[in-house]
Design a protein around this ligand. Structure first.
Ligand code: GLV
Length: 326
């Protein structure tokens, strides 16, 4: 049971609690946070990037990324809670056995990514960078200053993150369009396009925010054709995954002026290689996959709630459907 203080009072005695391995750079903080929430929980931790020194008997794993073959070192594993929103990197693994349940975390990723998007959109539309450059050269020049409230923004992916972006953009008066697999109505989104007619949304968007999961269906969807369907001067933001976007087509569109700016938090290869032309492209903004960082407390809360389900044999929350890819 979860009491009002958030502590899991397990129905079972501590010796019946399932052993957990926390494999995360913040593993020690997770250990403390989980012990407060689930007294007696048996926890091993691993904060390193290499494999475990010896196999683990844990049947539960809380992790973000793991080296290849790491899951083979957990023969009793029954459930993995991914400490992030995207699970593509787990679904691609060779060592993920079919009977292992996979769940993801919501954390405060929606809020975090939405603040990132609002910040970068305002920064770009208000011309903050252009005025700084002009100031450096002592240039007094008034540039056009479009308002967010006269703009239309398209969001690809209207899950937890995409819908939080729509919510946070709404107070600026922006008109929001969106794409989701099932084309269901979504609060704050004026028009939702389905996966088979989403190209029709692109010419309507002054800015396009890519916030979809990476799956076999979405891989490479923002290709040259999609980029060219955006109006001239449009802004592209990618907070989903690098694999959704054709980086070569993007660079071409920045260089020939078709795109006004690209704001990129995720890349085909991370860290972005030192010789990537994106680093020095004047109208690309590169951030190192920080739009939605892992926070210990919200993830520990979600994990504890799910752990209670796990030890009571109840269905887990935020289950990943492997065939769907998220
Ligand atoms: C970050 O990219 C996440 O998937 O949580």
């Amino acid at each position: 049971m979860t009491a009002s203080d958030g502590v899991v009072r397990a129905a079972s005695a501590p010796e019946d609690l399932s052993p957990v391995l926390v494999w995360h750079p913040l593993a020690e903080q997770f250990r403390k946070a989980l012990r407060l929430r689930i007294p007696g929980i048996p926890i091993e931790t691993h904060a390193g990037v290499g494999r475990l020194r010896r196999p683990s008997a844990a049947d539960v794993l809380l992790a973000w990324t793991l080296p290849p073959g790491a899951l083979d070192q957990l023969p009793a594993l029954r459930w993995i809670q991914v400490a992030g929103a995207g699970v593509d990197h787990f679904l691609m693994r060779d060592d993920l056995r079919p009977q292992v349940e996979l769940t993801r975390s919501n954390g405060r990723f929606g809020l975090q990514v939405a603040e990132y998007v609002v910040g970068y959109l305002l920064h770009t539309l208000l011309g903050i960078e252009d005025y700084r450059r002009n100031q450096d050269r002592g240039v007094w020049r008034q540039l056009p200053r479009p308002l967010l409230s006269d703009r239309r923004i398209g969001i690809i992916g209207l899950g937890n993150i995409g819908s939080a972006i729509a919510e946070r953009l709404t107070p600026f008066g922006v008109q929001i369009l969106g794409v989701c697999r099932t084309a269901r109505p979504v609060p704050h989104v004026a028009r939702v396009f389905a996966k088979d007619d989403w190209h029709a949304m692109l010419p309507l968007c002054d800015a396009l925010v890519v916030a979809a999961p990476l799956t076999t269906e979405t891989a490479g969807m923002i290709d040259a054709k999609a980029i060219r369907a955006l109006p001239a001067g449009a802004i592209l933001l990618n907070v989903g995954r690098g694999g959704l976007l054709d980086e070569i087509a993007l660079l071409e569109a920045l260089r020939d002026g078709h795109l006004g700016a690209a704001i990129l938090d995720v890349f085909q290869q991370e860290p972005l290689p030192a010789d990537s032309p994106l680093w020095t492209e004047p109208r690309a903004w590169v951030t190192p996959h920080i739009a939605g960082p892992s926070e210990v407390d919200p993830i520990a809360d979600e994990f504890s709630e799910n752990y209670r389900h796990f030890v009571s044999d109840e269905p887990l929350l935020n289950r990943v459907e492997r065939e769907r890819g998220y």
